[in-house]
Design a protein. Structure first.
Lengths: 472, 588
């Protein structure tokens, strides 16, 4: 029987302090029993001699100094794991909340994970066909990558995430199984429900593990949610050889939880009140994506974060961008034009793309096509800003051609239906067709031989006449 | 005995426990390396007062309890220097990650005990020192082939001198075998093996600094020609995420003409280290015909590894570089990224509750940065040969804002600044080095080298190219307001020539077999071809030719594509191209 400590020394925010404790370890989990019999979970965040400071995940509401009993478990925060977690729903702290009972654990794993040794990683190379032209062609998702969606409130990031999950042909030829781990941090009830319904409609619900910390759930619990989710993902990927797609939404709420915790601990803040270790903390989550040698499975992460005030230099998107392998940025003005998915092409990027495309992966002309599309679309922005000053009529013929290219690119290439699933061939052919709106000499990123083959204004004329993308 | 008193993440405080006195001195000194707790985690003393000692622990402290023992080692945190360093990959405190993987599996646990260098491997040693020789610190007493391209030269540790009273015969030895005994003037014997220890925060001594006058040739046009860095110099690459810092560092690590590359992945992505490992073992160094891994050392403290070891990784890398410099090699250090190191300082400083300066960074940030960059240099070392350490540090400014403290303080201590630009990266103009914000103070120091080794016109061509770009920058202000059609022909020519410089010269394709590395001679010929195009066109315009007619011949696009059309080993093709320019522009 473990020692039970009666009473607390201090309660401050989500933290409690105990005096005269012994044999307590850093990061250890404690059970805190209230006077009414409910039990909460806490974690040791600081020890000084016989004084221990604990973080209470469910909050310190109605905790009292005298009638609280604390027991230390002697273990770090662990999660029970077995293959039965597939299809189950858990709370943000990893407890089953779907009424189907506890998990019969095959093993317990520390939710903090451990750093993956760089020499044990294998470099991700196999691309995931999402069926979305803008992503497949310009910021190709690679199995084992962490590719966040930077969005803003009111943009269609959830819809996009659902479409990626539904269309991603993540199972490979070897027949390895796939599954989705979904973690909601501070998500609204209806958002979580939207995801659940979408998974159900596309028939993958039995392959989904959900971790829900909704916006009215305790805030500090949010710090655990992504860790529980990634522990489950790592288990399924590296021990059960499955391909796992992890969707984390919304990382901004996670950051706010961390900020609240940090300020209640009295730490010196860095930027915008976020703790100085925000980068290390985010890295400890994002770096859990990847492939390891000796395992067939993979963990691919799609974290979603809403940029406060659409500001990409806010610490959350900024630090995320430094850790993740690229980003998909959504743009409000495209959304307002009615374009779905409103992917802002220029700031979006996939760092792993260069090694996962081309001959043997997608198609030999992929990188040329992508480079040229990026370069041309960058010129469109120049032409547009010039047109806003001197008027479109005064533009040079080349600038007018860029304006036209920009319209076509957004109308046919970016815009696509929620149910439209394009193959990589269709996407690349469409890219070349739209590039043909420019004079051939303007395509300076491509060599002549490839242009002879791909430059085809005739196909563009057909596209504009019929308005139908030839998916043949 | 010293025991743990308080734990706060990687920072622990230690008090002396008089009840368990073992009779030995328990005093810990500043920067001493200690073993903390039952798991014997490695830590470093960062503060001492009469009551308690503060220690930063290089590993995760989860599960540690107050009262666990802390054991001093009596020596500062040191790197083990000896054969077996090159082509290895280490963590921040020089533990080989491959060995850790063998013990721990795919995930790194704390408290894993491994040797810094392989103690079983035998090296084929040639002993240079003879019985009775007088030796001093820095002299070479033995050599052994470390990789196919690097000969390891064992140096008498600085501070030791005297007479050789024992010398082993040539043969195969492990790093810990006894090779030499030096008896100093006081009669003390020093037994030397193939390896030695050196405290990572102390610069290794050398005889004197030499003037910096040789470039580090990187084969990247925008660097070599426009913003060159010297051997023994310092450079910073600041840029927001996605601007290609890591890509630029990789290109430099692959192609620069240093003998040895020390690549420090400090708080960056794990996959990037894996990529370096995979890619470099497959790439062949054109100068030696051997895989690039034969000249590369990797130090990996990825962003999810313990934060305190991030600071150590920078110093470990520097100490290794200085050690090889003392053997007479030229070393280039790639530190990616120094901002993560600064953030590690901030995190530890915050946990110590020190008074913060700007943005929470500690007030000693500038002095730490200065101490690091000042360890670069071109020197005459103790054994009389020359060696250099060039430092190229990436900086990751928060919010891409170059006015933040790490970028600003780094700027004070480096002489070469390659500012990466988001808008160039958006256009996929790589390397995205902005020519208006970047600078190199080495241009004058290196002009003599370019004059003697490339062409006497090299510097004047460079000057004209730079002037043309800044002229274009001014003209673009006007173009942004009224469009380019209204400009007179001579100004249109400048804009078009600047486009050729930007697309045809500054932009470089890392994935093209010829364009990924361009020798200095070809760089010069490309510049002079572009200037030839400008001069011919300017003359034609002054003689009354309409510029749009020249443009319509497509000669500008032909020149842009010369980087792909002319292979690196066919310099004579530039004559043909220049002749073609003359013909086309003159309308012959």
């Amino acid at each position: 029987m473990a020692v039970q400590y009666l009473g607390l020394k201090e309660i401050s925010g989500s933290l409690i302090a105990l005096d005269h404790v012994s044999g307590v370890a850093y990061d250890e989990v404690a059970r805190i029993k209230l006077s009414d019999g409910t039990v909460r979970t806490g974690r040791v965040v600081e020890i000084e001699g016989e004084r221990a400071v604990l973080q209470v995940f469910e909050g310190t509401n109605s905790l009292s100094l005298e009638n609280t009993r604390t027991t230390f478990t002697g273990r770090p925060m662990e999660m029970p794991l077995s293959e039965d977690i597939l299809g189950r729903v858990f709370s943000g702290a990893g407890k089953p909340i779907d009424g189907l009972g506890e998990i019969c654990a095959e093993k317990y794993a520390d939710i903090n994970g451990r750093p993956l040794n760089p020499v044990s990683r294998s470099y991700p190379r196999n691309y995931i066909n999402t069926g979305i032209s803008s992503i497949d062609a310009l910021m190709t998702l690679i199995r084992g990558q962490k590719l966040p969606i930077f969005s803003g409130s009111g943009l269609s990031h959830n819809k996009l995430a659902v479409q990626i999950v539904r269309q991603a042909k993540i199972a490979d030829e070897t027949g390895s199984d796939f599954a989705v781990v979904f973690a909601a941090m501070g998500a609204k009830n209806d958002v979580a429900d939207y995801f659940r319904r979408s998974f159900e409609e596309s028939g993958v619900l039995s392959k989904v593990v959900m971790f829900l910390n909704l916006s009215d759930d305790p805030i500090i619990e949010r710090i655990l949610t992504p860790r529980c989710a990634l522990t489950a993902a790592e288990y399924l990927a590296f021990e059960k050889n499955m391909h796992i797609l992890v969707v984390l939404t919304d990382m901004t709420s996670y950051g706010e939880a961390l900020r609240e915790f940090s300020s209640s601990k009295g730490e010196i803040p860095a930027r915008k009140g976020y703790p100085g270790y925000l980068y290390s903390d985010l890295a400890s989550l994002y770096e859990r994506a990847g492939l390891t040698e000796g395992s067939e499975g993979s963990v691919t992460q799609i974290p979603i974060l809403t940029m406060p005030n659409d500001d990409i230099t806010h610490p959350m998107p900024d630090l995320t961008g430094y850790i993740t392998e690229g980003q998909i940025v959504l743009d409000r003005s495209l959304e307002q034009k009615g374009i779905y998915p409103p992917v802002s092409v220029l700031p979006s990027l996939s760092r792993l793309m260069k090694d996962g495309i081309g001959e043997g992966y997608t198609r030999a002309d992929h990188s040329d096509c992508a480079n040229q599309l990026f370069a041309a679309y960058a010129k469109v922005q120049d032409a547009r800003s010039l047109a806003s000053v001197i008027g479109e009529d005064e533009l040079s013929p080349l600038d007018k051609a860029y304006m036209r290219f920009g319209e076509l690119f957004e109308k046919y290439f970016l815009d696509q239906g929620f149910d439209e699933d394009r193959t990589i061939e269709q996407t690349l052919d469409l890219g070349w067709t739209i590039l043909s709106a420019l004079p051939r000499s303007a395509l300076d990123r491509v060599n002549d031989r490839l242009l002879d083959e791909k430059y085809d204004p005739e196909a563009l004329r057909r596209l504009e006449e019929t308005g139908v993308i030839d998916l043949g | 005995m010293n025991t743990v008193y308080s734990i706060n993440g990687p920072v622990i405080k230690v008090r002396s426990d008089p009840t368990q006195d073992s009779g030995q001195s328990t005093e810990l000194s500043m920067l001493e390396m200690v073993y903390v707790g039952n798991k014997e985690l490695i830590g470093e003393v960062i503060g001492v007062n009469s009551k308690e000692t503060t220690i930063q622990v290089y590993e995760v402290t989860t599960g540690m309890q107050p009262g666990e023992p802390v054991r001093g080692t009596g020596a500062p945190v040191s790197a083990t220097l000896g054969p077996g360093i090159i082509s290895n990959i280490f963590d921040g405190i020089e533990r080989p990650l491959r060995d850790i993987a063998q013990i721990d599996g795919a995930y790194i646990s704390e408290g894993t005990q491994v040797e810094d260098l392989d103690t079983k491997r035998k090296w084929k040693v040639t002993v240079k020192a003879r019985l009775g020789d007088e030796v001093t610190g820095g002299m070479i007493y033995a050599t052994c082939p470390e990789t196919s391209v690097i000969e390891h030269r064992c140096l008498v540790p600085p501070g030791i001198s005297g007479k050789v009273t024992y010398a082993a015969a040539d043969g195969s030895y492990t790093v810990n075998d006894h090779i030499l005994t030096v008896t100093d003037s006081r009669g003390t014997d020093h037994e030397l093996t193939l390896c030695q220890k050196w405290p990572i925060k102390t610069p290794r001594p050398f005889s004197r600094r030499l003037p910096i006058d040789r470039p580090l040739v990187t084969g990247q046009r925008v660097i070599d020609t426009v913003f060159p860095v010297a051997k023994g110099g310092t450079a910073a690459i600041p840029g927001g995420f996605g601007t290609g810092k890591t890509m630029t560092q990789h290109q430099l690590a692959k192609w620069c003409d240093a003998d040895i590359i020390v690549y420090i992945g400090c708080g960056e992505r794990g996959n990037e280290m894996t990529q370096v490992l995979e890619e470099f073992s497959g790439l062949i160094d054109p100068k030696t015909d051997r895989p690039l891994t034969d000249r590369t050392v990797l130090i990996a403290n990825t962003s999810n590894m313990p934060v305190a070891a991030r600071e150590a990784s920078i110093y470990t890398g520097m100490t290794i570089a200085e050690y090889y410099r003392d053997m007479g090699y030229h070393i280039a250090i790639m530190a990616d990224s120094t901002s993560r190191w600064a953030e590690a300082l901030r995190e530890i400083s915050g946990r110590l509750e020190e008074m913060p300066a700007e943005e929470g960074f500690p007030a000693y940030l500038p002095s730490r940065l200065a101490a690091f960059y000042e360890r670069a240099g071109y020197v005459e070392n103790l054994c009389g040969t020359e060696g250099s350490v060039t430092v190229i540090g990436a900086v990751s400014p928060q919010g891409s804002d170059f006015s933040e403290p790490v970028t600003q303080n780094t700027k004070r201590f480096v002489r070469c600044f390659w500012a990466l630009d988001k808008s160039l990266a958006y256009e996929r103009h790589y390397p995205a080095i902005n020519w208006n914000d970047s600078y190199s103070e080495y241009t004058d120091d290196l002009s003599g080298y370019f004059y003697a080794n490339v062409d006497k016109d090299f510097m004047s061509c460079r000057q004209r190219i730079a002037a043309m770009l800044s002229e274009e920058n001014k003209l673009m202000e006007i173009v942004k307001l009224i469009g380019s059609d209204v400009l007179p022909d001579d100004q249109k020519l400048i804009i078009e020539t600047a486009r050729v410089i930007r697309v045809g010269f500054l932009q470089q394709n890392a994935y093209h077999k010829d364009d990924t590395y361009v020798p200095l001679d070809k760089q010069f010929r490309m510049m002079s071809t572009i200037l030839k195009l400008y001069d011919e066109s300017a003359r034609a315009i002054s003689e009354g030719t309409v510029f749009s007619d020249i443009l319509a011949t497509g000669i500008f696009d032909t020149v842009i594509k010369m980087k792909y059309d002319i292979p690196n080993d066919r310099p004579e093709m530039f004559h043909e191209l220049q002749a073609k320019i003359e013909q086309t522009v003159r309308g012959e």
